[in-house]
Ligand binder design. Structure first.
Ligand code: 8YV
Length: 316
């Protein structure tokens, strides 16, 4: 009997056609994540699953899937997977790195620019059908040339964000876990977290979510940020204490925030919803046609490689 594979959402590549001859594929077709019960029931007879960031793969799920050998996560982040539990049960894990680096860096810059130049307010004014009397002091924003970009987490995406800053004439500082060779610094300088907070006019969060990075930006860090600074988060919502962010936006000294990810996804903190100084997007960092297709090819390619006994493309 062909091995069974569960794909937890419809992908931009036909999973059944991709794995034809290698597996019998069960795709969860609803436009929502499977509930934990649905996930358990559908994954139970499978040797591999393609999971998304909204699918919690914990020890209880693994225990309910005795045939499971591979979790091919359709994301670069793997914080939805209990890696220790997977390792303990001999289940391999893959992700989709590299192919989403540029798309995510682009969206980081889209949010950065939107907040810096107050596009949310400007859009509303223009859409009223009358842009009003031209004002020398109207909708003034932050000039990026000569300003300092701080990058928290200097992996592939952090470096791609930094690379783009050169075109804008910004100085770039970063802080990250492990030393980065000079050749990969993109002209950016390593600093302590305290210095990053104190000096960045724009702080971009590009780190994975781990126990160490959870609430990396909470009330003390927000209070230590440079007055008038902008916070951009396209990594994982829980890097930021959202309640503290709302308070910091109310009290100053932040200029605003651009957020693609949220602490309690799919929910967004109600305190963020009506603000003009915040630009929001619904976790779409990797959402270009090209990138999402490549992510699917990599996730399914890992499943195929595993079932054929070949080396995995992108093991975690
Ligand atoms: C995806 C992401 O949109 O790759 C990641 O870690 O957050 C995004 O690329 C999402 O994870 C899809 O599952």
């Amino acid at each position: 009997m062909a091995p069974r594979v569960f794909v937890a959402r419809r992908l931009p590549v036909d999973a059944a056609a991709f794995l034809e001859g290698d597996a019998e594929v069960d795709v969860f077709e609803a436009p929502r994540p499977p509930t934990p019960d649905e996930l358990r029931a559908r994954a139970a007879p499978c040797r591999a699953i393609v999971s998304l960031l909204s699918d919690r793969i914990d020890d209880a799920l693994l225990a309910a899937c005795p045939e499971l050998e591979l979790i091919a996560n359709y994301a670069v982040g793997v914080d939805n997977v209990d890696l220790a539990a997977a390792k303990a049960r001999g289940v391999r894990v893959t992700n989709t790195p590299d192919v989403l680096t540029d798309a995510t860096a682009d969206l980081t810059w889209a949010l950065l620019l939107a907040v810096a130049r107050r596009l949310r307010e400007g859009e509303r004014v223009a859409r009223s059908g009358d842009i009003g009397a031209w004002q020398p002091t109207g909708l003034l924003g932050l000039e990026l040339a000569g300003a300092t970009l701080g990058v928290f987490g200097f992996g592939r995406i952090g470096r791609a964000v930094a690379r783009r800053a050169q075109g804008f004439g910004m100085r770039v500082l970063y802080t990250t876990r492990s030393p980065v060779p000079e050749a990969e610094r993109e002209g950016a300088a390593p600093v302590s977290k305290a210095e990053l907070l104190a000096r960045a006019d724009v702080l971009c969060l590009c780190a994975p979510l781990t126990p160490e990075t959870r609430h990396a930006v909470g009330a003390p860090e927000l209070a230590a940020m440079k007055p008038g600074a902008i916070l951009v988060n396209t990594a994982r919502g829980a890097l930021v204490d959202e309640a503290a962010l709302v308070q910091a936006l109310d009290a100053g000294p932040l200029r605003g925030a651009g957020l693609d990810v949220f602490e309690e996804e799919p929910k967004v903190h109600p305190g963020l919803l009506e603000r003009d100084d915040v630009v929001l997007s619904p976790h779409i960092g990797s959402a270009t046609e090209h990138t999402r297709r490549r992510m699917a090819e990599i996730a399914l390619g890992n499943v195929r490689a595993h079932l054929r006994g070949e080396p995995l493309l992108t093991p975690v």
